[in-house]
Design a protein around this ligand. Structure first.
Ligand SMILES: [Zn+2]
Length: 99
C-alpha cells in the first residue's frame, strides 16, 4: 500500500492546474456553439439542440434566440427564457449537452 502510494506519487507529476471552469471568453463561446452546431449533423449556424435544459433535447424553431452569430433552438419557451436571462450559463449547459 505504501509502495503503491509512493509509486503513484513518483509516476504522476502533479500538473498543478486547478479545475478552472471554462472562462467566458468569446472564443470559448464560439467553439462551444461551433461544436453544438456540428453536433446535429449539419454545420449551418443553427444549433438545434436545446441549451436551456442541458438535456440534449431537440429544439423547436418556434423558440429561437440569436447568440454570437448562431441561431439557437430551444425545446420550450421556458428554456429560451432561461437562456436569455443568462446566456453564458446556457452556453455552458449546451457544452455539456453536446460533449
Ligand atoms: Zn430545453
Amino acid at each position: 500500500m505504501l509502495a503503491l502510494a509512493l509509486l503513484l506519487a513518483c509516476g504522476s507529476p502533479e500538473p498543478a492546474t486547478p479545475a478552472t471552469p471554462a472562462a467566458s471568453t468569446g472564443d470559448d463561446v464560439a467553439s462551444v456553439l461551433a461544436k453544438a452546431d456540428a453536433h446535429d449533423g449539419t454545420v449551418d449556424k443553427v444549433v438545434s439542440e436545446c441549451g436551456g435544459c442541458g438535456l440534449g433535447m431537440q429544439g423547436d424553431p418556434a423558440h429561437a434566440a440569436r447568440h454570437a452569430g448562431y441561431e439557437l433552438h430551444f425545446c420550450a419557451e421556458g428554456c429560451l427564457q432561461r437562456f436569455e436571462a443568462d446566456p453564458e450559463a446556457g452556453v455552458q449547459s449546451l457544452a455539456s449537452a453536446v460533449d
